[in-house]
Write a protein that binds this ligand. Sequence first.
Ligand code: GTP
Ligand code: MG
Length: 235
Amino acid sequence: MHISNNPNNELEQSIVQVPDLVQIPEEMHEMAPKFQEAMMMYTCAIREVKTKLEVLNDELSVKNRRNPIELIKSRVKKPQSIVEKLKRRGLPLTLESIVNNLYDVAGIRVICSFLDDIYDVADMLTRQDDVNLIAVKDYIKTPKENGYRSYHLIVEIPVFFSERKQPMRVEVQIRTIAMDFWASLDHQLKYKKDFIDSDDVERQLRECADVIANTDKQMLNIRKSIESRGIEIRK
Ligand code: GTP
Ligand code: MG
């Protein structure tokens, strides 16, 4: 498996990226040290969940001779985006408000090979006794109106610091390669941008999403039929 952040530098992968004061919007400068500490904590939470996912992937790749996870991406929400989201929702610009109201400060995206891998990975992760499942949104069973598909989880995990154990929330988006292809291009084309509504664009995007969803189902059926004939898919 390939970790997208710094594919060529293992050491860098473990270094926490804490935002500089210049990256923190002015209205939050007063709480900058606390803000930086919180971002460090979210980075650590990402690392914990990522490790859990990597362990599952390693174990299953030995057991089943194929990787359920193709790629894991992660990010800590940019300070500017945090402030914008709080303002958009009319919430106070405080640390407590960030921690209590925003569940996607720490985000992990898991790209799976096949449809059933998504549910297997989600189940295996949430069954772990230190993982507390806060919320699930199954945009695969119920796709968004525009065709968006993914399985979203909010999980809470304990992170052990020098003097305390802190429960931290992480958003985990799990999708297939095909769903990720659609979502990435959809994002490039319009998500969160000023977008002049066009029924035709919407229709075409939804059509692409449906084609992709069918292809995902077909790919799974192909794998299952190969497996039922006792032929192993090797990496
Ligand atoms: P946010 O305020 O954007 O976090 O939305 P939300 O709190 O209603 O959560 P939801 O689970 O609907 O979406 C969270 C995330 O899923 C987004 O930040 C995107 O990463 C992804 N997402 C949701 N809808 C779309 C979509 O239509 N297109 C794309 N490309 N991504 C989407
Ligand atoms: Mg979000």
